[in-house]
Design a protein around this ligand. Sequence first.
Ligand SMILES: *[C@@H]1O[C@H](CO)[C@@H](O)[C@H](O)[C@H]1NC(C)=O
Ligand SMILES: *[C@@H]1O[C@H](CO)[C@@H](O)[C@H](O)[C@H]1NC(C)=O
Ligand SMILES: *[C@@H]1O[C@H](CO)[C@@H](O)[C@H](O)[C@H]1NC(C)=O
Ligand SMILES: *[C@@H]1O[C@H](CO)[C@@H](O)[C@H](O)[C@H]1NC(C)=O
Length: 385
Amino acid sequence: MKLTVAWTIMVTTLLGVAMDGYDCKVVQFIFGDSLSDVGNNDRLSKSLAQASLPWYGIDFGNGLPNGRFCNGRTVADIIGDRTGLPRPPAFLDPSLTEDMILENGVNYASGGGGILNETGSLFIQRFSLYKQIGLFQGTQELIKAKIGKEAAENFFQKSRYVVALGSNDFINNYLLPVYNDGWKYSDEGFINYLMETLKAQLTILHGLGARELMVFGLGPMGCIPLQRVLSTSGECQDKTNKLALSFNQAGSKMLKELSGNLPNASFKFGDAYDVVDAVITNPQKYGFNNSDSPCCSFGKIRPALTCVPASILCEDRSKYVFWDEYHPSDSANELIATELIRKFGFLPVNETNAPSPGPTVDAPSPGLAVDAPSPGLAVAPSPEG
Ligand SMILES: *[C@@H]1O[C@H](CO)[C@@H](O)[C@H](O)[C@H]1NC(C)=O
Ligand SMILES: *[C@@H]1O[C@H](CO)[C@@H](O)[C@H](O)[C@H]1NC(C)=O
Ligand SMILES: *[C@@H]1O[C@H](CO)[C@@H](O)[C@H](O)[C@H]1NC(C)=O
Ligand SMILES: *[C@@H]1O[C@H](CO)[C@@H](O)[C@H](O)[C@H]1NC(C)=O
């Protein structure tokens, strides 16, 4: 009798060790729009938002288009690199396997996507945040089948989550006259609608195991070149910037509440609005030389909605805040990432679980003489929520 009990305990202990001992890495799951897309839209054959032509990707790896809406790296690339996390492949990458997911995570981000299902419908095909969460659920089933339920739960709880959407809900929905949402809501009402939707989505992610999650807020999106050309003076659109500020304020408050209410959750909100605003106002101070027009443009024809092979590139890409009409350049993303790391107080993943930060596809840092506002790279805890 005693022996049986002892055996039972021993077997259970061994099993327990085996389960906990499944040595899964810390990886990231990224939900986002074109600012984080690494190739999903390029594989959505009907999508009108693609970064599949030169000169996208010119400062990344072999210089060919790779699906990023940038000349170089995304903000999520840079934050992941600096915190020792691998760069997750695009969900639609045809070579994606369970082993790759366990090693690198997955990126579901899709150009044109928004918090709201209806956002970005002008692009015909894109993954909204709800759709991306649905795809993540599918990923979880695959991993459960591969390593078992318990190990999978452990893996997903240890993972890090990035949620970075919202610009399209304004630029490609609320602010366009063809969308109902613009008629139906006041500014405040629309932001409340976004917050309720986002809160429900983050709660679903928590239910699916997300514990460490960060939400990126919005930058001064009234200053993207596309918004500036709306006025003859070329000034930033104040109304659009105010919406971004209200979104950030409401998002920060919502995340604090949510993080306090959900068990074991460390959900954080951070934005780089102020830093980007400062760079736009005073580009020289930060090592830039242009903060109002796209580096890649089609001669004098503005707005040229995407960068195309016939476009002309600016002389020094590292001196432009904007790469195209919508998207910041690699250099600007570097600055944004540094600010977000500071705000999130993001710690590097413990070296023993982490892969070496050396990315396989190496991206150049184009002359990063950026006079960053935060001295050094503050990858240290900061009290900010
Ligand atoms: C949004 O789309 C998802 C499917 O991706 C669907 O389950 C959900 O009901 C939709 N929500 C609304 C408010 O339309
Ligand atoms: C929260 O963490 C504790 C301690 O690790 C654990 O026992 C509990 O099951 C967790 N709860 C949830 C909902 O994750
Ligand atoms: C900055 O841009 C102006 C024209 O816009 C150019 O004349 C000047 O040489 C540039 N300076 C640097 C340091 O690139
Ligand atoms: C990583 O974690 C292990 C065990 O938890 C610890 O012994 C080691 O010192 C940690 N390394 C760093 C760089 O923090």
